[in-house]
Write a protein that binds this ligand. Structure first.
Ligand code: PYC
Length: 411
C-alpha cells in the first residue's frame, strides 16, 4: 500500500523488477527447460534447499506462458490412488505455506471442492475416493443433498434434472489460487538465490555424448551442462525426442472459458465428472469453467464453438439461472497425456536427462511438490519415495498408476 502511494507520488521511479535478465553463460550445472511453475519451482528448491545456484531456466516465450498461465487454478489432493493422494497432499501443504515462504501473496483460497455424483456408480467411486483419502489423512468425505444445499444453495438439487445430484465428494482443503502469482513468486525466489531465468530462449537441440547429456542448443547459443530437466508441458515429447528419449505421451488441447462478472454466489469449487464441467468463481466475480480434453491429438490453441455449446449446456443443467449470462473470453492449453493419467518424473535412459512431464490436466496443482522432489533427486541422486511410483520405467514394467481421480480426462 505505502509502496503504491510512494510510487504514485514520485512518478518516475519504476518498481524494482521481480527477476533480472542475464547474458547466457557457456555452461551451467543444471539446465531446466520450461519456465512454468514446475521448472521455476525446481530451480527455487535447488537453490534454497541444496545450494545449487548455477542453474538456468530456459523458456521459449515468457514465464508462465504455457500451461501455468492457462489452467483453471484448482488445487486439491482428493485423488483415488494412494500414490496420487500422497503426492498431491504434499503439494497442498506446500501451497498452504507458499505465501509465507516466498514472501509473496499467492492468494490461495481454500474454499472447499465438491465432486458431484449423479448415479450409483459415481457415488461408489466418490465413497472409494473418500476412504482412500481418509486413510491417508486427507480431509474428504461423502455428503448428500441436504449438506450440498448448504454449501452451494444455487445448484439444482431437485429430482427433475437429467443428471440428478445424489451425493458429492467434499474436500474442504481444496480451492483455487492466483496462478500468475505462483509463477512470479517462484521466479523471484529463484532469481534472488542466483538462478538465471532466460525468457525468449528456445531449445533447438540437446547434445548427448556416449549416452550422457553434454549440452543444450538454444536460439541464443550453446550451453554446456551435465544435467537437463525437461519440465515442459505440451511440448515435452519434442524436447525428449531431442535427447533420443521416446515418451509414451500424446498431446491434447484443453479449453476453458470465463463469464462476465457476477455478484458472488459460488463459494466452493464444483466439479461434475458425468457432465464434464468444473467451475469456480474468481475474486473478480467471473465464473471460470472448463470441461474435458478435446478428443483428438493436436497442438492447437484454438477455441471452438462446440466446446462452448456443450459446456454451457452442462453448466445450465447444474445452475439453470445462468442461462442468460454472457461469455467473456475463451482459451486453450495443451496437455501431455499418459495412458494411466499419471505424470512421469525422474531418470531416463540418457544419463543426466531427467523428466518432469505428462502432466495432463493436473500439472498446476503439483508444481510445488514436483519442484521440491525433483530438486532433491537432482541434488542427492536418490529418487524420493513420493516420486518412485511415477518413474518412466513403469510402462515397461506394467506398473501403471491408474489415476481415475484425475479431472477433465473423460474416463
Ligand atoms: O484435476 O482438478 C483438476 C482439474 C481441474 C481442471 C483440470 N483439471
Amino acid at each position: 500500500m505505502w509502496q503504491l502511494i510512494r510510487h504514485g507520488l514520485n512518478g518516475k521511479k519504476p518498481f524494482q523488477r521481480m527477476w533480472r535478465t542475464h547474458t547466457l553463460k557457456d555452461s551451467y550445472d543444471v539446465v531446466i527447460i520450461g519456465g512454468g511453475v514446475h521448472g521455476l519451482a525446481a530451480a527455487y528448491y535447488l537453490a534454497r534447499d541444496h545450494g545449487i545456484t548455477n542453474v538456468a531456466v530456459l523458456e521459449k516465450r515468457y514465464i508462465g506462458s504455457g500451461g501455468s498461465g492457462r489452467n483453471t487454478t484448482i488445487i486439491r489432493s482428493n485423488y483415488l490412488t494412494p500414490e496420487g493422494v500422497a503426492f498431491y497432499d504434499e503439494s497442498v501443504k506446500l501451497y498452504e505455506e507458499l505465501s509465507l515462504d516466498l514472501n509473496f501473496n499467492v492468494m490461495f483460497s481454500q474454499r472447499g471442492h465438491l465432486t458431484l455424483a449423479h448415479n450409483d456408480s459415481s457415488v461408489r467411486t466418490m465413497r472409494w475416493r473418500a476412504e482412500v483419502n481418509q486413510i491417508q489423512g486427507v480431509n474428504s468425505r461423502l455428503i448428500y443433498p441436504d449438506e450440498i444445499a448448504k454449501l452451494c444453495p444455487h445448484l439444482d438439487l431437485s429430482d427433475h434434472p437429467r443428471y440428478p445430484i445424489l451425493a458429492a465428494l467434499y474436500h474442504p482443503p481444496g480451492g483455487i489460487i492466483r496462478h500468475d502469482a505462483v509463477v512470479w513468486g517462484y521466479a523471484r525466489g529463484a532469481d534472488q538465490r542466483g538462478v538465471h531465468i532466460h525468457q525468449m530462449t528456445e531449445v533447438t537441440g540437446i547434445d548427448v555424448e556416449h549416452g550422457r547429456v553434454a549440452g543444450v542448443q538454444t536460439s541464443r547459443g550453446k550451453i554446456k551442462t551435465g544435467v537437463v530437466l525437461n519440465a515442459t508441458a505440451g511440448w515435452c515429447t519434442l524436447i525428449a525426442d531431442m535427447a533420443g528419449v521416446r515418451l509414451p505421451i500424446t498431446t491434447h488441447p484443453l479449453q476453458a472459458t470465463v463469464t462476465e462478472a457476477l455478484k458472488p454466489f459460488l463459494d466452493t469449487v464444483i466439479v461434475s465428472g458425468s457432465l464434464h464441467v468444473y467451475v469456480s468463481q474468481s475474486d473478480r466475480g467471473e465464473l471460470v469453467m472448463g470441461a474435458s480434453i478435446d478428443p483428438y491429438t493436436s497442438y492447437s490453441l484454438d477455441s471452438t464453438l462446440g466446446f462452448l455449446e456443450s459446456l454451457s449446456g452442462h453448466m445450465i443443467e447444474l445452475f439453470p439461472f445462468l442461462s442468460r449470462v454472457k461469455i467473456l473470453r475463451q482459451w486453450a492449453g495443451v496437455c501431455d497425456m499418459t495412458v494411466d493419467y499419471s505424470p512421469i518424473m525422474g531418470y531416463t535412459p540418457v544419463e543426466g536427462f531427467l523428466v518432469d512431464v505428462g502432466w495432463g490436466t493436473y500439472g498446476f496443482k503439483a508444481g510445488p511438490v514436483s519442484g521440491k522432489r525433483m530438486a532433491e533427486l537432482i541434488a542427492t541422486h536418490k529418487t524420493p519415495e513420493l516420486l518412485k511410483p511415477f518413474r518412466l520405467s513403469r510402462f515397461e514394467e506394467g506398473r501403471l498408476v491408474g489415476e481415475k481421480g484425475a479431472a477433465s480426462v473423460g474416463h
